[in-house]
Design a protein around this ligand. Structure first.
Ligand code: BES
Ligand code: ZN
Length: 631
């Protein structure tokens, strides 16, 4: 079997090398997770050379200094090395190293930073002594790209500062000295020293012991004893309180945000139970969430045991909680079975997008799920037009580029569309057990597109030539565009809204129905309107539905996108407020890029607003926008 042979050939070295393939597959979670050694699993976005030496565990001992906006301390790395290996190569992006020692002997080890790559940072090469198994790096990081330090003013409570990290895709190398490749899984532990007024949380379990130390500071301890991709190590520090939601679920937030957050998240425990029924046991212990300040650059981030969330999902009516289903689904697709490199990002996000609609269907019904699938297909159609043909492949070539270039709706929506084809062709009775087996077989391991295709052939196609022809597996995974066997959206899903869009072209507004439409229906309506609208038509829409003052951020974004496309001055105050109220990249970036493209009307607006809004945005958002609008 291809999969077993891959493991046998590739099971790293040291202790792992002597295990049989089945022993590796059956190893308990805490065992070392092998690095795949096939060519398609070589990560062009990491300097690590895992064949020679690899990190298996990271132990952090860190002090967070809010005045200096600096993190400093030590990272102690357990390493597994080939007998002849003389050095280990880590990833780095901006942190400063003071000393590197052999953690067993305390003897200094030589180290050197290599040349800087504009996307990847620099390699950090550490010389190993003959017996070195553990290295300790003393370091500090200021201006780390993964970390956003917020002033009290930028929080809900306005009294304490806040800090959070965002590791995906390759940002953790700015504050954690390790091998930052999703194919090199590591267990980790951490001691985190913070001002006594603040609470620290991480993407692992917190030890009960909290040590109060001198000088008004406190140290928290965390550990993750399952090997995870290093982009999944995450931290948040602030004025945080916890509210349980169910036996294994709960939410952290600033006290001012906690009640509304808990209300919006009341279905979470049910979602975990549903996801387990669909995808197999939940293997991470707890599923907690943290609602971050509005500058959090994503809707959500699937950090293990602790999903990070934007506060903008709190619409008051649970209309945006498919976000939770999505981040929860990553507990299987992404966190258990993880893309070995960013070329296979669709395995994380496409599988998760498919899994999300299964959870949504089970909890909120087929109609809601079908509508969300139809919205996804609309975005996919847009993305297929926007991207160059080679970038519409699921298995994408990102060598020499920032992995963010692959973070498009091709990965999310073409990936999900592929899984819907498999589901349709073989039926849920076979597809659901297949998915459960895929997650179980690859739990705590890296996966590639080729491994997925091989599993489909082995477990679903099973030599059936007619099925093989119908599926077009290789076209889906390796060719550009959308194969002809894609499952079309349910034409009935939005029948009423689509009729309203047609009526709007004839001058009629959906005044009677808008008020009872769901968020998804409103989104379909706004996104399906022709991009060119007259000022009078936009005035009428705003007057009828109060769009400049709408509270739901997804609807607000859809409206503002239409407004900017039509140079609609009356929406500029709403645009101004929106860009200064939240920092979600998905909202901020397209609006500012659209403004920027419109030299005479839009760019002057962006040049005025960006400097005022910039402090709110995470470094991963400002990195690109600073180049357009100046810092
Ligand atoms: N893992 C992603 C967020 C991400 C992707 C961070 C790439 C960095 C690089 C997360 O699960 C995600 O997809 N978030 C979406 C949620 C949506 C699809 C429901 C978001 O933030 O918009
Ligand atoms: Zn995701």
């Amino acid at each position: 079997m291809l999969f077993q042979r891959t493991l046998l050939l590739t099971a790293a070295f040291g202790s792992v090398a002597f295990m049989t393939a089945s022993a590796v597959a059956a190893a308990p979670a805490a065992a070392v997770s092998p690095v795949l050694m096939t060519a398609d699993a070589a990560d062009p976005h990491s300097f690590a050379r895992p064949r020679e030496a690899r990190v298996t565990h990271v132990d952090l001992d860190l002090r967070f200094d809010f005045a200096a906006r600096q993190v400093s301390g030590t990272a102690t790395l357990d390493i597994d090395r080939r007998p002849g290996a003389r050095a280990i190569v880590l990833d780095s992006d901006g942190y400063q190293v003071t000393t590197v020692t052999d953690a067993a002997t305390g003897k200094p080890l030589g180290f050197a930073f290599g040349a800087k790559d504009q996307n990847l940072g620099r390699p950090l090469t550490i010389q190993l002594a003959a017996a070195t198994r553990k290295v300790r790096i003393a370091y500090s990081a200021s201006n780390a790209a993964a970390l956003q330090w917020l002033t009290p003013q930028q929080t809900a409570g306005k009294r304490q500062p806040f800090l959070f990290s965002q590791g995906e895709a390759i940002l953790n190398r700015s504050w954690i000295p390790t091998q930052d490749s999703p194919g090199i899984r590591q267990t980790w532990s951490a001691r985190i020293n913070v001002p006594i007024e603040l609470t620290a949380v991480m993407s692992g379990l917190r030890s009960d012991e909290v040590n109060v130390t001198n000088g008004g500071r406190r140290t928290y301890e965390f550990h993750m004893d399952k090997p995870v991709a290093p982009y999944l190590i995450a931290i948040a520090i602030g004025d945080l309180k916890f509210q349980p939601l169910g036996p294994r679920t709960g939410v952290w937030a600033e006290p001012a945000t906690l009640p509304a957050a808990a209300k919006e998240l009341e279905d979470t425990e049910k979602m975990v139970a549903t996801a387990e029924r669909l995808f197999g046991p939940y293997r991470w212990g707890r599923y907690d969430m943290i609602v971050l300040p509005p500058s959090f650059p994503f809707g959500g981030m699937e950090n293990p045991t602790l999903t990070f969330l934007t506060p903008t999902f709190i619409a008051g009516d649970k209309s945006l909680v498919s976000l939770i289903a999505h981040e929860l689904a990553h507990s299987w697709s992404g966190n258990l079975a993880t893309n070995a490199t960013w070329a296979d990002f669709w395995l994380n996000e496409g599988t998760t997008t498919y899994a999300t609609s299964r959870i949504v269907e089970a909890i909120y019904g087929k109609r809601v799920a079908d509508q969300q699938i139809a919205l996804g297909i609309d975005s996919l159609d847009g993305e297929l037009k926007a991207q160059a043909a080679p970038d519409t492949r699921l298995a994408i070539d990102l060598k020499g580029r920032n992995p963010d270039d692959g973070m498009t709706d091709i990965a999310y929506e073409k990936g999900a569309a592929f899984l819907r084809v498999l589901e349709k062709e073989v039926g849920r009775a076979r597809f659901d057990p297949f998915l459960r087996k895929w997650f179980a077989d690859h739990a705590f391991q890296p996966v590639t597109s080729a491994m997925f295709v091989a599993a489909v052939r082995r477990d679903l196609v099973r030599g059936n030539p007619a099925l093989e022809r119908r599926l077009q597996l290789d076209r889906w995974v390796y060719q550009p565009g959308l194969p002809a066997n894609a499952v079309p959206a349910d034409a009935q899903a939005f029948a009423e809204v689509d009729a309203a869009v047609a009526a709007h072209a004839r001058g009629t507004l959906p005044t009677a129905t808008w008020a009872r439409w769901t968020t998804d229906e409103r989104l379909r309506f706004l996104n399906r309107l022709p991009r060119q609208q007259t000022r009078a038509s936009l005035d009428a829409l705003d007057r009828a539905f109060g769009l400049n003052a709408i509270g739901n951020d997804e609807v607000r974004f859809a409206w503002l996108s239409l407004a900017v496309a039509n140079r609609y001055d009356a929406a500029v105050p709403a645009l101004d407020a929106f860009l200064k109220a939240q920092g979600r990249r998905k909202f901020v970036r397209p609006l500012l890029l659209a403004l920027n493209k419109d030299q005479s009307w839009g760019r002057p607006i962006a040049l005025r607003l960006y400097p005022q809004a910039r402090a709110l945005y995470h470094p991963l958002v400002t990195g690109e926008l600073d180049k357009l609008f100046g810092a």
